[in-house]
Design a protein around this ligand. Structure first.
Ligand code: HPA
Length: 267
């Protein structure tokens, strides 16, 4: 652990108590309010040196350490994206801190566009795998051999099975598919969407992939769920905008919260 990370972990323990965190939850655009559902200690990112603070509207830039369904969690109310700083490793420190707090796994959530007509706005998609369509990698510049991270089963099969069981228990349809990471912040062109469909993508978004690479590098298990906020570019007359993403995210968010709660109850 770096000194910065160690200091932050100590600072968080001082505020939130010494109990070990089991899961980290990273909340995507329009989903940040879920952080307010956790009874615990909320720490503004601004009080955690190195954490992303300006952020993106629709995020809730605070770390909440507390209990959700009786399980100790660290909820990241917002994330840093590559497109904010040009740094693909912008979430490295928060994930290192999560590992330092003792977590076994991270579950990332995001808002995404759908490439599948039978996965419309409001659907939830469990990531079975991803395509890094950005050519970027958060481990570029890492000097240790640990940088050669295997990415087979990066989305942990046991976690995915448990999330699917949790969704079934809650009567929530949880599709499974491949997520493509597009750097943003502009949205994709219809031609780019056609290209990634041919490559095998089912959904597209501007986050999550670097976090999952970092999580695997750090030895954290990973899983991720997309809330579909629009059909991808060129697929419908629906307008694509960040405003629309924020408007539509709550439709999936209600279902997502049910799935996450049922998942945590099963742990
Ligand atoms: N593309 C990229 N990111 C997104 C989209 C999209 O269509 N919708 C929500 N986030």
């Amino acid at each position: 652990m770096t000194d910065t990370c160690e200091t932050l972990v100590a600072q968080i323990h001082e505020r939130a108590g010494p109990a070990k965190v089991r899961f980290g939850l990273i909340l995507g655009s329009g989903l940040g309010h879920l952080a307010d559902r956790v009874s615990g200690v909320a720490i503004d990112y601004a009080d955690l040196p190195g954490f992303p603070h300006a952020g993106v509207s629709g995020h809730n830039p605070k770390l909440v350490i507390g209990d959700l369904e009786g399980v100790r969690v660290a909820v990241f109310g917002g994330r840093a994206h590559y497109y904010e700083s040009g740094r693909a490793d912008a979430m490295r420190l928060p994930l290192e801190v999560l590992k330092g707090l003792g977590a076994e796994a991270v579950i990332a959530t995001n808002a995404a566009g759908s490439l599948q007509h039978d996965m419309p706005t409001g659907s939830l998609m469990l990531l079975a795998d991803h395509i890094n369509f950005s050519g970027l990698n958060p481990l570029i510049g890492e000097r240790t051999d640990a940088r050669f991270v295997p990415m087979v089963d990066a989305y942990d099969p046991d976690l995915n099975a448990a999330l699917l069981d949790a969704a079934a228990e809650e009567n929530v349809t949880l599709d499974q598919g491949v997520y493509a990471w597009y750097s943003g912040p502009s949205f994709e062109t219809p031609a780019e969407i056609n290209a990634i469909r041919i490559l095998g993508a089912d959904a597209v978004g501007m986050s999550t992939v670097p976090e999952v690479i970092l999580a695997r590098f750090l030895g954290l298990k990973a899983a991720a769920i997309s809330t579909i906020t629009n059909m991808a570019a060129g697929m419908s007359d629906e307008r694509i905008s960040h405003e629309h993403t924020k408007e539509m995210a709550p439709i999936g968010a209600a279902k997502l919260e049910k799935v996450l709660r049922a998942f945590l109850r099963s742990r």
